[in-house]
Design a binder for this molecule. Structure first.
Ligand code: PEP
Length: 257
């Protein structure tokens, strides 16, 4: 199956507007000429407007790091799907930091995915096991459950029905920001044996084969290519290295080489 690779940078809670402008202006020249890979930058909400104007006329897309599922109202501090859709094509949902620090459940992730779809946003849905679960050999159970619950009831009707508007990021939590990446073959096996079959149960095999599944967790310019060589890994969700121009450019290049 020929899935177009995708590399997304999750800036997390970093970059003021001034910092964001500086970083993007340094990054765009190296990224924008790279064809054959979808490129997404996900700054914090406060920098979306500034970054969206800098990305105008480029082939680099903008993503948010979260949204709330309600359309409007008394939800202090939250951002609605329509607000995100004013600027973005993508949105990261269910990141492990949101699950761990803000109590997001699979049900919450599911509501957010539904809301993203209703606003023609492409969700990048994060799933992955903790170190404890990994050491207890529970990776397959945990990842399967997160995929099934997070995507329960999602309909492709009315959207591009080929699955390309849904992206999954397999991110073992013990690899995020730790400098300890999973081995490419282990990550590939989790996708092949658990994530792709869960997607098949949910959407049928044809669509499941078209949904892109990224790897995330301590991806760098040096190790990216080893991940991208795996048949089931369709790109990367990158945290720390997405703030470093040379590293991030190298990761993006590795997706097409
Ligand atoms: C992430 O935050 O999704 C992530 C993968 O972070 P890092 O690349 O820093 O491990």
């Amino acid at each position: 199956m020929n899935r177009k690779p995708l590399v997304a940078g999750n800036w997390k809670m970093n970059m003021t507007v001034a910092d964001a402008r500086h970083l993007v202006s340094q990054m765009v020249p190296g990224l924008q000429s790279k064809s054959g890979v979808d490129k997404v930058i996900c700054p914090p909400h406060t920098a979306l407007l500034a970054v969206s104007s800098l990305l105008e006329g480029t082939d680099i897309s903008l993503g948010a790091q979260n949204l709330f599922w309600e359309p409007s109202g008394a939800f202090t501090g939250e951002i609605s799907p329509a607000m995100v859709a004013e600027f973005c094509d993508y949105v990261i949902l269910g990141h492990s930091e949101r699950r761990a620090y803000f109590g997001e459940t699979d049900k919450d992730v599911n509501r957010k995915v539904q809301a993203a779809f209703a606003h023609d946003l492409t969700p990048i849905v994060c799933i992955g096991e903790t170190l404890e679960e990994y050491e207890a050999d529970r990776t397959y159970d945990v990842v399967f459950r997160q995929a099934k619950l997070g995507l329960d009831g999602i309909q492709f009707a009315g959207q591009e029905s080929d699955g390309s508007n849904l992206v999954i990021a397999y991110e073992p939590i013990w690899c995020i920001g730790t400098g300890r990446a999973a081995t490419p073959t282990d990550a590939n096996e989790v996708i092949a044996n658990v994530i792709r079959p869960a997607l098949g149960e949910l959407f049928g095999n044809e669509i499941a084969q078209r949904i892109r599944v990224l790897y995330g967790g301590s991806v760098t310019g040096d190790n990216a290519r080893d991940f991208f060589q795996q048949p089931e890994i369709d790109g990367a969700l990158v945290g720390g290295a997405s703030l470093k121009v040379a590293d991030y450019t190298q990761i993006t290049l590795a997706a097409v080489q």
